[in-house]
Design a protein around this ligand. Structure first.
Ligand code: GDP
Ligand code: MG
Length: 294
């Protein structure tokens, strides 16, 4: 038995959440084409007969330009300190940029096993890939360089195979059947949040919260009451849309995925709530029985 903890680090949008989902084979982290949708550190767990790898998804490290950004950065650093291996993800589609260099500088002195993962190779030619590899390979003494496509699941098996050579531990940290440490309710709320991002535009901030208020479990179906929490009425209007068209669309898409996750028919009662300040928000969460914003 071999095991270990692996952290994914990289600029927003390079495909960290997509990679975790591909490896684990289930959706544990929401993905988005808008940066910074991952607020919580998500763990995806890969299991096979003789291996357990615990993946820690991080909010992207980036140059902070506001409070939330600083907080997300801090979370990302915490998660690298405690892991055995770091996967530094970059996009094959773009040249190394200031954001990547900023992260590389943080990684330099860590003295850890670091893999360079070049993602999105489905979007470039072999020749371009070779150019990317030469651009990156001397920036740091990477233990391994592995090109993948997280989306098309290309070369993911190879990544797992190589990772196995570096795993330091010999015990299972989680049950063999677990693929995440997050609750089903958390993942359900994340799925709804993902649909909100997918179907609305820039004006909806990534700090938006979704929460499962109650679940009525019937024999053949689940009735789910879920709230999308915003801090302004103007946002509420955007999410509800013209005559409720937007929230309906969000609900239809979310319901489909919730049914896949649960394996049962779902009735989703989705509503938007405006809570203007933090104190009221905390009160609302604690009334529902949540201790924190998960
Ligand atoms: P994160 O911010 O690093 O967690 O990035 P996400 O996993 O949310 O992905 C950002 C966007 O890139 C999403 O639209 C993904 O579908 C897309 N993406 C991720 N991996 C790949 C890939 O291998 N190929 C392509 N073409 N797109 C990808
Ligand atoms: Mg992410």
């Amino acid at each position: 038995m071999k095991s270990g903890f692996v952290s994914l680090i990289g600029r927003p949008n390079v495909g960290k959440s997509t990679l975790i989902n591909s490896i684990v084979g289930k959706k544990v982290a929401i993905t988005s084409d808008k940066p910074q949708t991952t607020r919580n550190t998500i763990q995806g767990i890969y299991n096979d007969d003789d291996t357990q790898i615990v993946f820690v998804d991080t909010p992207g490290i980036h140059k902070p330009n506001h409070k939330l950004g600083t907080y997300l950065n801090r979370q990302a650093y915490y998660s690298i300190k405690d892991v055995d291996i770091i996967l530094f993800l970059v996009e094959a589609t773009s040249k190394i940029g200031p954001g990547d260099k900023f992260i590389l500088n943080q990684l330099k002195d860590l003295n850890k096993t670091i893999f360079l993962i070049i993602n999105k190779i489905d979007k470039i030619s072999k020749e371009e890939l070779l150019i990317r590899i030469t651009e990156y390979k001397d920036l740091l003494d990477f233990n391994e360089i592995i090109p993948v496509s997280a989306l098309k699941k290309d070369n993911i098996n190879q990544l797992i195979k190589v990772l196995k050579n570096y795993l330091p531990d010999e015990i299972a940290y989680y049950d063999k059947n677990d693929y995440t440490n997050k609750s089903k309710e958390f993942i359900m709320a994340e799925i709804i949040r993902e649909k909100v991002f997918e179907l609305t535009h820039e004006e909806v901030p990534h700090s938006l919260t979704c929460i499962i208020e109650t679940i009525e479990k019937k024999k053949d179906k689940f009735i789910i009451y879920a709230a999308i929490i915003v801090d302004r009425d103007s946002l509420k209007k955007i999410i509800i849309g013209n005559k409720g068209s937007k929230i309906k669309e969000i609900g239809v898409k979310a319901r489909k995925e919730l049914e896949e996750l649960i394996g049962k028919k779902v009735y989703l009662n989705l509503f938007v709530k405006t809570i203007k300040n933090w104190r009221d928000k905390e009160k609302y969460f604690s009334e529902l029985g949540f201790n924190d914003l998960e």
